[in-house]
Design a protein around this ligand. Structure first.
Ligand SMILES: Cc1cc2nc3c(=O)[nH]c(=O)nc-3n(C[C@H](O)[C@H](O)[C@H](O)COP(=O)(O)OP(=O)(O)OC[C@H]3O[C@@H](n4cnc5c(N)ncnc54)[C@H](O)[C@@H]3O)c2cc1C
Length: 459
């Protein structure tokens, strides 16, 4: 990396907060994207650790004047190559901007710097009697800023939506160096165009988020888990549709192929409580009153039985609930060494059965395992293409083409939560018209006329 850039970074943030040693820089240059699809990593980078929006502003002004590439670095948990450096880059690590600024119980908000991790937030509210932050994408190393720009989701989207539904306001530094504020603690705010929602889900290409105000919720006193097994997908999907129609909103409804969940249980030496059927639905429910929780169990089980469920299991004790959650959380790690590509498309619930049927046909046609788990309650399925050594099979391109064509045929989105990053860019034209894509590119150009902020990402 150019010595002048390193010196300038030291001038702005202080020598202690600039890392240019290749060994130490290396781990900041890539994310958790599967090896087989990860873009080629460039390690000719410098890592800068600013402590304020003002320091970031100085960095951006300098980079913009000199047309140097910059990328924000959160927890590095992206699964779409968004946090992979593909050219010499000034990597702005947000790790020092990790203060919780205020829990405002009257407005039901928490304000924090963007480098606060999901784990920090979870621990903060574990200590709180009655409030919590409901969004939980799987990896607690993710930072709030990363979760905002990736519009992260996770299992609880069924009741609480995604980050976009919980971000009230934010502060960001533009690629040209100005600091802007968008949104706030207001419930109603119709003034101007909505810059906050433009930055949410922008995958870090429009600005560097430095502060965020998040909505928090009252905790339900009673939480429970329920497992229901089915012989086939269409019965499981029909049950989910009927549950929503009945007015019930579980916290989460997860879908798991039996093979995937049993593999996960075996991998960590635990026992999954159901051995019958081919697919399981795992419900997490919560209510203020215990009686309401039991009524909810009964309604869900009743609806599932009407849709040919073959077995159901209520996890009564917190130990049983923990076991279910632990095994479910281990599904992805248990197959990680075999995953070539994890496609996280989302389709409308009405088309889920058609989508899952289509995936099975692709699996049968090519003879390559496609393991399906996912957030069935919001139509976001994770289809992982598996091989023994996680290397791309010969027919990889054909499989992926067929899956994405199926997604579009089912009126879906090519990614439900992991984002386009640097791995799905080519597929965008399946989902959007040229005009729509040009509008997006024009917006990027207004924010970032020199295309310095994380080029090659999201579009
Ligand atoms: C095991 C595992 C499970 C996961 N489960 C889920 C899940 O259930 N749901 C889900 O939605 N995602 C999930 N993810 C993906 C990932 O955790 C999310 O995308 C997360 O939001 C990324 O946050 P991060 O801080 O790690 O961002 P990074 O990976 O560091 O960066 C991702 C992108 O955000 C940009 N960025 C980071 N911080 C900022 C900032 N402050 N300002 C501007 N841009 C920034 C980066 O430049 C990059 O473009 C999972 C990942 C793993 C590894």
């Amino acid at each position: 990396m150019n010595e002048n850039i390193i010196r300038k970074m030291q001038e702005i943030v202080g020598e202690d907060w600039v890392v240019s040693d290749l060994d130490k820089v290396s781990s900041y240059c890539e994310d958790e994207t599967e090896k087989a699809v990860k873009p080629k990593v460039c390690r000719d980078c410098v890592v800068v650790k600013p402590a304020s929006a003002e320091e970031i502003s100085e960095i951006m002004k300098y980079a913009n004047e000199n047309k140097y590439s910059v990328m924000a670095r959160g927890g590095g948990t992206s699964l779409s190559g968004a946090a992979v450096a593909i050219m010499p880059t000034i990597i702005i690590s947000m790790e020092r901007m990790n203060k919780i600024i205020e829990v405002d119980e009257a407005s039901l908000t928490v304000e924090c710097e963007a480098g606060v991790t999901l784990l920090d937030i979870v621990e903060l509210f574990n200590k709180h009697d009655s409030l919590y932050f409901p969004i939980h994408p799987g990896d607690e190393g993710a930072q709030v800023g990363g979760m905002v720009v990736m519009n992260a989701g996770g299992v609880r989207a069924v009741r609480y939506g995604v980050m976009r539904d919980q971000v009230k306001g934010l502060e960001a530094v533009l690629p040209t160096g100005e600091i802007i504020h968008a949104g706030g603690k207001l419930i109603k705010n119709n003034a101007g165009l909505d810059l906050k929602n433009l930055l949410i889900g922008s995958e870090g290409i429009l600005g560097i988020v430095t502060k965020v105000t998040l909505s928090i919720k009252p905790k339900d006193k009673h939480i429970g888990s329920l497992l229901v097994s089915f012989e086939n997908d269409s019965d499981a999907v029909n049950a989910v549709t009927e549950i929503f129609k009945s007015g019930i909103k579980p916290l989460a409804i997860e879908y798991m192929e039996k093979t995937a969940i049993l593999r996960a249980a075996e991998d960590i030496g635990m026992t999954w409580p159901s051995n019958v059927g081919n697919v399981d639905l795992y419900f997490i429910v919560s209510e203020r009153k215990e009686d309401d929780l039991y009524e909810m169990y009964e309604t869900i089980v009743g609806i599932c039985e009407e849709n040919n469920a073959v077995e159901s299991f209520v996890a009564e004790s917190s130990k049983e609930q923990k076991t279910l959650l632990e095994i479910r959380s281990h599904v992805y790690p248990s197959m990680h060494k075999m995953v070539v590509d994890a496609i996280d498309a989302a389709v409308p619930i009405k088309n889920l059965a058609k989508y899952m049927e289509g995936i099975k046909k692709i699996y049968e046609k090519y003879g390559v395992e496609i393991s399906t788990i996912g957030h069935i309650g919001d139509g976001n399925m994770h289809n992982s293409i598996l091989t023994e050594d996680a290397e791309k099979p010969e027919c990889y391109d054909e499989i992926v083409d067929e899956i994405f064509n199926l997604v579009i045929e089912c009126e879906g989105a090519i990614t439900g939560e992991h984002g386009v990053g640097k791995v799905r860019n080519e597929r965008l034209k399946l989902q959007f018209t040229e005009k729509e894509l040009n509008l997006m590119k024009a917006i990027k150009n207004v924010f970032d006329p020199n295309n310095i902020l994380n080029p090659g990402t999201a579009l």
